[in-house]
Design a protein around this ligand. Structure first.
Ligand code: FAD
Ligand code: NDP
Ligand code: 3IO
Length: 456
């Protein structure tokens, strides 16, 4: 059964002032942290089941990682059917590998379709489960610049908390000896837009994941002189094989063959199509590409033309960095070279541990769920995680569907006890006198204040 609810925006939530203290904002349905693809997918799956939710987002736009932290030439590496969110496919006129702009347009249409209206500029700074009340208490700060810098603090309360802040929430900024002495700019790929700013410059790109490889190619196409730091082993695969996407082909093969066999096939094809990558400085890991992704989440590089530029000598490959000085970089093999700019393509990390308190669902080492895929989505006390599977957008969609189903069980229990009253007596929804809730919850201000008192 799905329960139709009146649409609500964050402005409809009740906030009660009690003296100087602002009362918590009671949220109907789950609080979702993050308005990226994962948060949107979770909100849409819930909405589809008639369950409202509230997304808290630190940026002032949807999918801020895609909007603000990606380079101009970025396209999805995987075909669109592996990147669509639940319940709404990409439009047919979008190409197989959507551009960043097309992907963002799809996400906007998705949010509009499901009437998802996140609360923007709300950075979640802490989330605690209150065992007394059985509710999650989520604190945010808002920084507004309209009347100078103004910091506002708010608290939101719900019995469900869905973490959707992503595997790429913060940049990994390595500490390299002599970094302070280097006189040129040092930037992370999250602030790199295009090679046109670097024409004629010697640029060192640190890190050879998909970002580092593609940024090196972009620099090359804009007549900069890139060098790429490769400190460890990496799998490079052709982006396409037999006119099909390597990823899509692998997924089809995995239906029939073991991961070991598919990996052997991928390595053979890669050798035939790209040659021995070790000759160009890319030693392959001992574990095959799909197995490595599966076990450790390390994504193989899907080559979109970088290797050809390396073969032609337009992009140089260097070993790990030993230290930096004013203009120079010394590598671990003793070589030194002058550079104008350093671009850190050193990846990203989760930020969950910095704000989620009192839960051991996430591992202290990497801020990802402790339980391996496909079980990482569910924690204790109404806590969920979406988009931490190391399986890209496809993994996020799987999580979102599971979470919505799980919340629905509890929501239905709620509905079962209140549906009669909702329909016949026209009271506001939900009035929670049910097994999942430990508190009476209404959106009316007086009860809001009462709960605020309990929580204080
Ligand atoms: C360059 C790049 C390209 C990629 N391409 C692909 C691809 O082609 N296919 C694929 O499947 N995957 C791809 N990925 C993987 C990527 O992780 C997903 O595409 C996707 O963005 C993940 O969505 P998400 O919502 O989990 O995280 P994000 O998109 O990172 O969204 C998380 C949101 O949470 C917000 N947030 C973080 N902390 C807080 C806080 N404390 N309070 C409030 N809000 C907060 C952030 O501002 C952000 O808007 C790519 C990743 C990168 C970096
Ligand atoms: N079009 C697309 O679909 C694209 C997708 N992506 C995805 O975005 C995610 C992030 O990718 P990306 O930004 O490349 O990050 P990754 O984490 O995939 O790669 C980071 C790279 O930096 C290296 N590195 C880290 N620290 C250092 C250091 N101190 N010195 C030298 N090298 C270092 C890592 O090496 P090591 O392995 O040794 O730690 C690794 O090669 C991935 O999932 C990727 O697939 C990215 C770009 C395009
Ligand atoms: O871009 C990413 O990081 C992704 O997670 C997408 C992805 C999931 N599984 C893969 C296997 C090979 C290449 C990319 C991916």
């Amino acid at each position: 059964m799905s329960v139709k609810l009146k649409e609500k925006s964050v402005h409809d939530y009740v906030q009660v002032k009690m003296g100087k203290k602002t009362s918590p904002i009671m949220v109907k349905g789950p609080i979702i942290v993050g308005a990226g693809p994962s948060g949107l997918a979770a909100a849409a799956c819930l909405k589809h089941k008639g369950i409202p939710s509230l997304i808290l987002e630190r940026a002032n736009c949807l999918a801020s990682m895609w909007e603000l932290k990606t380079y101009d030439r970025l396209c999805l590496h995987l075909p669109k059917q592996f990147c669509e969110l639940p319940l709404m496919p990409f439009p047919q006129n979008v190409p197989s590998y959507p551009t960043k702009k097309q992907f963002l347009a799809y996400l906007k249409a998705y949010a509009d379709h499901f009437y998802i209206k996140p609360a923007f500029s709300k950075t979640v700074v802490s989330a605690n489960f209150d065992h007394r009340s059985g509710y999650w208490r989520v604190k945010t700060t808002t920084t507004t610049t309209t009347q100078g810098m103004k910091k506002e603090e708010s608290e939101y309360v719900s019995q469900w908390l869905i973490v959707a802040t992503g595997e790429n929430a913060e940049e990994v900024m390595p500490q390299i000896e002599g970094m302070d002495e280097f006189e040129g700019p040092i930037l992370h790929t999250s602030s790199y837009k295009s090679g046109n700013l670097f024409c004629g410059k010697n640029v060192l790109v640190v890190g050879c994941g998909n970002s580092g490889m593609e940024v090196s190619l972009d620099l090359c196409n804009h007549n900069a002189r890139p060098s790429l730091v490769v400190r460890d082993t990496v799998h490079i695969l052709p982006h396409r094989m037999f006119g099909k996407s390597t990823f899509g082909l692998s997924m089809s093969l995995l239906k029939w063959f073991s991961i070991g066999i598919v990996d052997k096939f991928l390595l053979l094809m890669s050798h035939l199509m790209l040659g021995d990558t070790a000759q160009f400085g890319f030693n392959r890991p001992k574990i095959g590409p799909l197995e490595l992704k599966n076990l450790y989440g390390k994504t193989p590089v899907l080559d979109v033309g970088t290797l050809a530029q390396i073969k032609s000598g337009k992009i140089k490959v260097c070993r790990g960095i030993k230290q930096l000085s004013q203009h120079q970089v010394e590598f671990v093999d003793g070589k030194t070279e002058n550079f104008d700019v350093i671009i850190l393509a050193t990846g990203y990390k989760s930020n969950v541990l910095s704000w989620l308190k009192g839960s051991d669902m996430f591992c202290e080492k990497d801020g990802l769920p402790r339980k391996a895929f496909p079980n990482g989505w569910k924690g204790e006390n109404g806590l969920y995680a979406v988009g931490f599977t190391k399986r890209g957008l496809f993994g996020a969609s799987i999580d979102a569907k599971r979470i919505a189903e799980d919340v629905e069980h509890c929501w239905k229990a709620l509905a079962g006890e209140n549906i009669e009253r909702y329909h016949h007596k026209q009271v506001s929804w939900p009035i929670a006198t049910h097994s999942c809730n430990k508190l009476l919850l209404n959106q009316n201000a007086a009860i809001g204040a009462f709960i605020a008192l309990l929580l204080a």
